[in-house]
Design a protein around this ligand. Structure first.
Ligand code: GLA
Length: 386
Protein backbone atom coordinates (compact mmCIF):
# COMPACT_ATOMS: atom_id res chain seq x y z
CA UNK A 1 0.00 0.00 0.00
CA UNK A 2 2.73 2.45 -0.89
CA UNK A 3 0.67 5.21 -2.41
CA UNK A 4 3.45 7.08 -4.22
CA UNK A 5 4.26 3.87 -6.08
CA UNK A 6 0.62 3.50 -7.15
CA UNK A 7 0.48 7.11 -8.29
CA UNK A 8 3.59 6.77 -10.43
CA UNK A 9 2.62 3.42 -11.84
CA UNK A 10 -0.89 4.60 -12.80
CA UNK A 11 0.65 7.59 -14.58
CA UNK A 12 3.27 5.43 -16.30
CA UNK A 13 0.68 2.85 -17.40
CA UNK A 14 -1.51 5.63 -18.79
CA UNK A 15 1.41 6.95 -20.81
CA UNK A 16 2.36 3.49 -22.06
CA UNK A 17 -1.22 2.75 -23.18
CA UNK A 18 -2.25 6.07 -24.65
CA UNK A 19 1.12 7.44 -25.80
CA UNK A 20 1.03 10.70 -23.84
CA UNK A 21 1.20 11.77 -20.19
CA UNK A 22 -1.98 12.15 -18.09
CA UNK A 23 -3.04 15.57 -16.82
CA UNK A 24 -3.16 14.19 -13.31
CA UNK A 25 -3.78 11.26 -10.99
CA UNK A 26 -6.73 11.23 -8.61
CA UNK A 27 -7.53 8.55 -6.06
CA UNK A 28 -10.50 7.47 -3.99
CA UNK A 29 -10.68 4.84 -1.23
CA UNK A 30 -12.93 1.86 -0.74
CA UNK A 31 -15.00 1.90 2.43
CA UNK A 32 -16.02 -0.37 5.20
CA UNK A 33 -19.30 0.11 7.00
CA UNK A 34 -18.92 0.01 10.77
CA UNK A 35 -22.68 -0.12 11.30
CA UNK A 36 -25.93 0.92 9.58
CA UNK A 37 -26.67 -1.66 6.89
CA UNK A 38 -29.35 -1.15 4.22
CA UNK A 39 -30.44 1.94 6.12
CA UNK A 40 -29.15 4.40 3.50
CA UNK A 41 -31.90 3.94 0.90
CA UNK A 42 -34.41 3.99 3.76
CA UNK A 43 -33.19 7.53 4.52
CA UNK A 44 -31.75 6.42 7.85
CA UNK A 45 -28.29 6.58 9.46
CA UNK A 46 -24.99 5.00 8.46
CA UNK A 47 -21.48 5.01 9.96
CA UNK A 48 -18.93 3.90 7.33
CA UNK A 49 -15.31 4.92 6.97
CA UNK A 50 -12.92 5.29 4.05
CA UNK A 51 -10.17 2.65 4.17
CA UNK A 52 -6.48 2.64 3.34
CA UNK A 53 -7.08 0.84 0.04
CA UNK A 54 -7.53 3.08 -2.98
CA UNK A 55 -8.24 3.25 -6.66
CA UNK A 56 -5.93 5.51 -8.67
CA UNK A 57 -7.21 7.15 -11.85
CA UNK A 58 -4.80 8.76 -14.31
CA UNK A 59 -6.91 10.97 -16.57
CA UNK A 60 -6.64 13.50 -19.42
CA UNK A 61 -9.36 15.25 -21.34
CA UNK A 62 -9.59 14.74 -25.10
CA UNK A 63 -10.57 17.19 -27.82
CA UNK A 64 -13.53 15.07 -28.99
CA UNK A 65 -16.46 13.26 -27.36
CA UNK A 66 -14.79 9.86 -27.05
CA UNK A 67 -14.26 8.17 -23.68
CA UNK A 68 -11.59 5.48 -23.44
CA UNK A 69 -10.95 3.56 -20.21
CA UNK A 70 -8.36 0.93 -19.37
CA UNK A 71 -7.26 -0.65 -16.11
CA UNK A 72 -4.80 -2.94 -14.44
CA UNK A 73 -7.65 -5.39 -13.79
CA UNK A 74 -8.32 -6.25 -17.45
CA UNK A 75 -6.42 -5.94 -20.72
CA UNK A 76 -9.39 -4.69 -22.64
CA UNK A 77 -9.81 -1.07 -23.70
CA UNK A 78 -13.41 0.13 -23.45
CA UNK A 79 -14.48 2.97 -25.66
CA UNK A 80 -17.72 4.90 -26.05
CA UNK A 81 -19.01 8.28 -27.23
CA UNK A 82 -20.38 10.42 -24.39
CA UNK A 83 -23.77 10.66 -26.10
CA UNK A 84 -24.03 6.86 -26.33
CA UNK A 85 -23.73 6.19 -22.60
CA UNK A 86 -26.93 4.56 -21.42
CA UNK A 87 -28.06 1.64 -19.30
CA UNK A 88 -26.09 -1.49 -20.11
CA UNK A 89 -23.61 0.45 -22.24
CA UNK A 90 -21.04 -1.79 -20.59
CA UNK A 91 -21.59 -4.86 -18.48
CA UNK A 92 -18.38 -4.79 -16.47
CA UNK A 93 -16.27 -2.31 -14.50
CA UNK A 94 -16.30 0.21 -17.38
CA UNK A 95 -19.96 0.94 -16.56
CA UNK A 96 -18.73 2.84 -13.47
CA UNK A 97 -16.57 5.50 -15.17
CA UNK A 98 -19.01 5.67 -18.10
CA UNK A 99 -21.89 6.10 -15.67
CA UNK A 100 -20.06 8.81 -13.75
CA UNK A 101 -19.37 10.77 -16.93
CA UNK A 102 -23.06 10.54 -17.81
CA UNK A 103 -24.26 11.48 -14.31
CA UNK A 104 -21.79 14.34 -13.87
CA UNK A 105 -22.77 15.81 -17.24
CA UNK A 106 -26.37 15.65 -16.06
CA UNK A 107 -26.01 17.00 -12.52
CA UNK A 108 -23.19 19.38 -13.45
CA UNK A 109 -25.24 20.70 -16.37
CA UNK A 110 -22.46 20.43 -18.90
CA UNK A 111 -22.05 18.63 -22.20
CA UNK A 112 -18.55 17.57 -21.12
CA UNK A 113 -15.76 16.45 -23.44
CA UNK A 114 -14.28 13.01 -23.85
CA UNK A 115 -11.36 11.69 -21.83
CA UNK A 116 -8.83 8.90 -21.54
CA UNK A 117 -8.48 7.15 -18.20
CA UNK A 118 -6.35 4.42 -16.69
CA UNK A 119 -7.27 2.80 -13.35
CA UNK A 120 -5.21 0.89 -10.86
CA UNK A 121 -6.61 -0.36 -7.56
CA UNK A 122 -5.79 -2.21 -4.39
CA UNK A 123 -9.40 -2.36 -3.20
CA UNK A 124 -10.47 -6.03 -3.33
CA UNK A 125 -13.30 -6.55 -5.82
CA UNK A 126 -16.59 -8.20 -4.81
CA UNK A 127 -15.83 -8.24 -1.09
CA UNK A 128 -18.25 -5.55 0.02
CA UNK A 129 -15.54 -2.89 0.34
CA UNK A 130 -16.94 -0.69 -2.43
CA UNK A 131 -14.34 -1.13 -5.12
CA UNK A 132 -17.04 0.31 -7.38
CA UNK A 133 -17.45 3.50 -5.34
CA UNK A 134 -13.66 3.91 -5.43
CA UNK A 135 -13.72 3.87 -9.24
CA UNK A 136 -16.71 6.20 -9.32
CA UNK A 137 -15.32 8.74 -6.87
CA UNK A 138 -11.82 8.91 -8.36
CA UNK A 139 -13.48 9.54 -11.73
CA UNK A 140 -15.99 12.09 -10.49
CA UNK A 141 -13.40 14.07 -8.53
CA UNK A 142 -11.15 14.21 -11.59
CA UNK A 143 -13.87 15.14 -14.08
CA UNK A 144 -15.39 17.67 -11.67
CA UNK A 145 -12.06 19.48 -11.78
CA UNK A 146 -11.28 18.96 -15.48
CA UNK A 147 -14.79 19.80 -16.68
CA UNK A 148 -14.97 22.63 -14.14
CA UNK A 149 -18.39 21.52 -12.96
CA UNK A 150 -17.42 22.53 -9.40
CA UNK A 151 -19.89 20.31 -7.60
CA UNK A 152 -19.46 19.84 -3.85
CA UNK A 153 -18.40 16.46 -2.45
CA UNK A 154 -21.93 15.60 -1.28
CA UNK A 155 -23.11 16.38 -4.81
CA UNK A 156 -20.40 14.14 -6.24
CA UNK A 157 -21.66 11.36 -3.98
CA UNK A 158 -25.03 11.78 -5.66
CA UNK A 159 -23.27 11.61 -9.06
CA UNK A 160 -21.84 8.21 -8.16
CA UNK A 161 -25.17 6.94 -6.86
CA UNK A 162 -26.97 8.12 -10.00
CA UNK A 163 -24.37 6.39 -12.17
CA UNK A 164 -24.95 3.16 -10.27
CA UNK A 165 -28.75 3.42 -10.28
CA UNK A 166 -29.19 4.52 -13.90
CA UNK A 167 -26.25 3.14 -15.86
CA UNK A 168 -25.00 0.12 -13.88
CA UNK A 169 -28.54 -0.80 -12.88
CA UNK A 170 -28.00 -1.39 -9.15
CA UNK A 171 -30.61 0.28 -6.89
CA UNK A 172 -28.04 1.25 -4.25
CA UNK A 173 -28.05 4.09 -1.73
CA UNK A 174 -25.60 6.93 -1.16
CA UNK A 175 -23.46 5.50 1.64
CA UNK A 176 -20.49 4.14 -0.28
CA UNK A 177 -19.80 7.24 -2.33
CA UNK A 178 -20.27 9.49 0.72
CA UNK A 179 -17.68 7.49 2.66
CA UNK A 180 -15.23 7.50 -0.24
CA UNK A 181 -15.55 11.27 -0.72
CA UNK A 182 -15.95 12.50 2.86
CA UNK A 183 -13.71 10.11 4.80
CA UNK A 184 -10.99 11.39 7.10
CA UNK A 185 -8.08 9.67 8.76
CA UNK A 186 -9.08 7.91 12.02
CA UNK A 187 -12.69 9.07 11.63
CA UNK A 188 -15.95 7.54 10.49
CA UNK A 189 -18.55 9.39 8.44
CA UNK A 190 -21.81 9.65 10.36
CA UNK A 191 -24.32 10.35 7.63
CA UNK A 192 -27.97 11.19 7.95
CA UNK A 193 -29.22 9.89 4.62
CA UNK A 194 -32.34 12.04 4.83
CA UNK A 195 -30.78 15.47 5.35
CA UNK A 196 -27.45 14.30 3.88
CA UNK A 197 -25.76 16.04 6.79
CA UNK A 198 -22.41 14.38 7.55
CA UNK A 199 -20.30 14.50 10.71
CA UNK A 200 -16.82 13.09 11.31
CA UNK A 201 -16.72 10.81 14.35
CA UNK A 202 -13.37 9.96 15.87
CA UNK A 203 -12.82 6.20 16.02
CA UNK A 204 -9.82 6.01 18.34
CA UNK A 205 -9.10 2.34 17.52
CA UNK A 206 -5.36 2.81 17.63
CA UNK A 207 -5.34 4.64 20.97
CA UNK A 208 -7.37 1.81 22.50
CA UNK A 209 -5.11 -0.91 21.09
CA UNK A 210 -7.76 -2.13 18.64
CA UNK A 211 -7.62 -3.19 15.02
CA UNK A 212 -10.44 -3.48 12.54
CA UNK A 213 -10.08 -6.79 10.73
CA UNK A 214 -11.68 -7.53 7.40
CA UNK A 215 -12.55 -11.18 6.91
CA UNK A 216 -13.24 -11.39 3.20
CA UNK A 217 -15.03 -14.69 2.60
CA UNK A 218 -14.24 -14.39 -1.13
CA UNK A 219 -17.80 -15.40 -1.84
CA UNK A 220 -18.45 -12.81 -4.51
CA UNK A 221 -21.54 -10.70 -4.11
CA UNK A 222 -23.32 -8.56 -6.69
CA UNK A 223 -25.69 -5.70 -6.07
CA UNK A 224 -27.50 -5.78 -9.38
CA UNK A 225 -29.04 -9.19 -9.09
CA UNK A 226 -32.20 -10.00 -7.15
CA UNK A 227 -31.42 -10.03 -3.41
CA UNK A 228 -30.59 -6.38 -2.90
CA UNK A 229 -33.56 -5.15 -4.94
CA UNK A 230 -36.07 -7.43 -3.19
CA UNK A 231 -34.88 -6.17 0.21
CA UNK A 232 -35.33 -2.64 -0.98
CA UNK A 233 -38.82 -3.42 -2.31
CA UNK A 234 -39.82 -5.03 1.02
CA UNK A 235 -38.71 -1.89 2.87
CA UNK A 236 -40.74 0.31 0.54
CA UNK A 237 -43.77 -1.93 0.99
CA UNK A 238 -43.38 -1.80 4.78
CA UNK A 239 -43.11 2.00 4.76
CA UNK A 240 -46.23 2.35 2.64
CA UNK A 241 -48.16 0.01 4.93
CA UNK A 242 -47.22 2.29 7.81
CA UNK A 243 -48.27 5.33 5.75
CA UNK A 244 -44.71 6.59 6.11
CA UNK A 245 -42.68 8.32 3.40
CA UNK A 246 -39.77 6.05 4.35
CA UNK A 247 -38.78 3.69 7.17
CA UNK A 248 -36.86 6.57 8.67
CA UNK A 249 -40.20 7.84 9.92
CA UNK A 250 -41.01 4.57 11.71
CA UNK A 251 -39.93 4.35 15.37
CA UNK A 252 -39.22 1.37 17.61
CA UNK A 253 -42.50 2.11 19.44
CA UNK A 254 -44.43 1.55 16.22
CA UNK A 255 -43.05 -1.94 15.65
CA UNK A 256 -45.97 -3.46 17.58
CA UNK A 257 -48.40 -1.95 15.12
CA UNK A 258 -46.18 -2.98 12.20
CA UNK A 259 -46.25 -6.58 13.40
CA UNK A 260 -50.05 -6.54 13.43
CA UNK A 261 -50.52 -5.23 9.91
CA UNK A 262 -47.62 -6.82 7.97
CA UNK A 263 -46.82 -10.29 6.77
CA UNK A 264 -43.98 -11.86 8.74
CA UNK A 265 -41.24 -11.34 6.14
CA UNK A 266 -42.05 -7.67 5.55
CA UNK A 267 -42.25 -7.10 9.30
CA UNK A 268 -38.81 -8.59 9.88
CA UNK A 269 -37.28 -6.50 7.08
CA UNK A 270 -38.81 -3.41 8.68
CA UNK A 271 -37.65 -4.40 12.16
CA UNK A 272 -34.08 -4.70 10.93
CA UNK A 273 -34.10 -1.19 9.50
CA UNK A 274 -35.82 0.45 12.45
CA UNK A 275 -33.57 -1.19 15.05
CA UNK A 276 -30.44 -0.70 12.92
CA UNK A 277 -31.03 3.07 12.79
CA UNK A 278 -31.21 3.04 16.57
CA UNK A 279 -27.97 1.03 16.78
CA UNK A 280 -26.15 3.56 14.60
CA UNK A 281 -27.21 6.41 16.88
CA UNK A 282 -26.15 4.42 19.95
CA UNK A 283 -22.80 3.55 18.36
CA UNK A 284 -22.08 7.22 17.66
CA UNK A 285 -23.03 8.11 21.23
CA UNK A 286 -20.82 5.37 22.67
CA UNK A 287 -17.85 6.30 20.49
CA UNK A 288 -18.18 9.87 21.72
CA UNK A 289 -18.56 9.06 25.40
CA UNK A 290 -17.01 5.67 26.15
CA UNK A 291 -14.77 4.87 23.20
CA UNK A 292 -14.60 2.00 20.72
CA UNK A 293 -14.32 -0.85 23.24
CA UNK A 294 -17.93 -0.15 24.21
CA UNK A 295 -19.52 -0.74 20.79
CA UNK A 296 -19.08 -4.53 20.56
CA UNK A 297 -22.59 -5.54 21.61
CA UNK A 298 -24.07 -3.16 19.02
CA UNK A 299 -21.97 -4.68 16.23
CA UNK A 300 -22.99 -8.18 17.29
CA UNK A 301 -26.68 -7.23 17.49
CA UNK A 302 -26.47 -5.71 14.01
CA UNK A 303 -25.18 -9.01 12.66
CA UNK A 304 -27.95 -11.03 14.30
CA UNK A 305 -30.52 -8.64 12.86
CA UNK A 306 -29.09 -9.02 9.34
CA UNK A 307 -28.87 -12.78 9.72
CA UNK A 308 -32.33 -13.41 11.15
CA UNK A 309 -34.51 -10.47 10.16
CA UNK A 310 -33.04 -9.07 6.93
CA UNK A 311 -31.69 -12.48 5.86
CA UNK A 312 -28.71 -11.23 3.88
CA UNK A 313 -25.96 -13.18 5.61
CA UNK A 314 -24.48 -16.47 4.44
CA UNK A 315 -22.93 -19.36 6.41
CA UNK A 316 -19.39 -18.19 5.74
CA UNK A 317 -20.14 -14.74 7.19
CA UNK A 318 -21.93 -16.19 10.23
CA UNK A 319 -18.97 -18.48 10.85
CA UNK A 320 -16.47 -15.62 10.56
CA UNK A 321 -18.47 -13.53 13.03
CA UNK A 322 -18.98 -16.35 15.55
CA UNK A 323 -15.37 -17.46 15.52
CA UNK A 324 -14.06 -13.89 15.83
CA UNK A 325 -16.29 -13.20 18.84
CA UNK A 326 -15.41 -16.52 20.47
CA UNK A 327 -11.70 -15.75 20.10
CA UNK A 328 -11.77 -12.35 21.71
CA UNK A 329 -13.12 -9.78 19.22
CA UNK A 330 -14.82 -6.81 20.88
CA UNK A 331 -17.58 -7.23 18.28
CA UNK A 332 -18.13 -8.50 14.75
CA UNK A 333 -20.67 -8.30 11.94
CA UNK A 334 -21.02 -8.81 8.23
CA UNK A 335 -20.56 -5.55 6.34
CA UNK A 336 -21.89 -4.21 3.05
CA UNK A 337 -24.78 -5.35 0.90
CA UNK A 338 -24.66 -9.01 1.97
CA UNK A 339 -25.04 -12.38 0.18
CA UNK A 340 -21.26 -12.75 0.29
CA UNK A 341 -18.41 -10.32 0.75
CA UNK A 342 -16.77 -9.56 4.07
CA UNK A 343 -17.28 -9.48 7.81
CA UNK A 344 -15.55 -7.07 10.14
CA UNK A 345 -14.14 -7.86 13.55
CA UNK A 346 -13.05 -5.15 15.95
CA UNK A 347 -10.28 -6.81 17.90
CA UNK A 348 -7.61 -6.09 20.51
CA UNK A 349 -4.25 -6.16 18.71
CA UNK A 350 -3.12 -8.96 21.02
CA UNK A 351 -5.98 -11.16 19.75
CA UNK A 352 -5.55 -10.55 16.02
CA UNK A 353 -3.38 -13.53 15.24
CA UNK A 354 -5.48 -15.90 17.36
CA UNK A 355 -8.66 -14.75 15.59
CA UNK A 356 -7.02 -15.01 12.18
CA UNK A 357 -5.76 -18.54 12.78
CA UNK A 358 -9.07 -19.66 14.29
CA UNK A 359 -11.11 -18.34 11.34
CA UNK A 360 -8.73 -19.95 8.84
CA UNK A 361 -8.94 -23.26 10.68
CA UNK A 362 -12.73 -23.23 10.98
CA UNK A 363 -13.18 -22.37 7.29
CA UNK A 364 -10.92 -25.23 6.34
CA UNK A 365 -12.75 -27.62 8.65
CA UNK A 366 -16.09 -26.68 7.13
CA UNK A 367 -14.78 -26.97 3.58
CA UNK A 368 -15.22 -23.26 2.80
CA UNK A 369 -12.85 -21.41 0.46
CA UNK A 370 -9.87 -19.73 2.13
CA UNK A 371 -10.83 -16.26 3.40
CA UNK A 372 -8.61 -13.23 2.99
CA UNK A 373 -8.02 -11.60 6.39
CA UNK A 374 -6.38 -8.21 6.79
CA UNK A 375 -6.59 -5.06 8.91
CA UNK A 376 -7.73 -1.67 7.61
CA UNK A 377 -7.48 1.82 9.02
CA UNK A 378 -9.70 4.85 8.47
CA UNK A 379 -8.09 6.96 5.79
CA UNK A 380 -8.55 10.18 3.88
CA UNK A 381 -11.28 10.38 1.23
CA UNK A 382 -10.85 11.08 -2.48
CA UNK A 383 -8.08 13.47 -3.47
CA UNK A 384 -5.89 14.62 -6.32
CA UNK A 385 -2.50 12.94 -5.94
CA UNK A 386 -0.47 14.66 -8.66
C1 GLA B 1 -24.23 -1.57 -0.76
C2 GLA B 1 -24.88 -0.31 -1.33
C3 GLA B 1 -25.07 0.74 -0.26
C4 GLA B 1 -25.78 0.16 0.95
C5 GLA B 1 -25.15 -1.15 1.39
C6 GLA B 1 -25.92 -1.84 2.47
O1 GLA B 1 -22.95 -1.28 -0.32
O2 GLA B 1 -24.08 0.21 -2.37
O3 GLA B 1 -25.77 1.84 -0.79
O4 GLA B 1 -27.16 0.03 0.72
O5 GLA B 1 -25.02 -2.05 0.31
O6 GLA B 1 -25.85 -1.11 3.63
Amino acid sequence: MTTSRNIESAAAAFEARYGYAPTGVWSAPGRVNLIGEHTDYNLGFVLPFAINRRTYAAISLRQDQTVRVMSSFSDEQHQIELADISKNAANDWAAYPFGVAWALAKLGQTAGVGFDAYFESDVPVGSGLSSSAAIECSTSLALNELWQTNLSRPELARVGQLAENEIVGAPTGIMDQSASLLGERDHAVFLDCKSLEAQSIELGFDDEGLELLIIDTRVAHRLNDGGYATRRAACELGASQMNAASLREVSIDQLGKAKEIMDDVTFRRVRHIVTENERVLETVEKLRTEGPKSIGALLNASHVSMRDDFEISIDELDTAVDVAIRHGAVGARMTGGGFGGAAIALAPIAKVSEITLAVLAEFELLGYGKPNIFAVTADQGARRDR
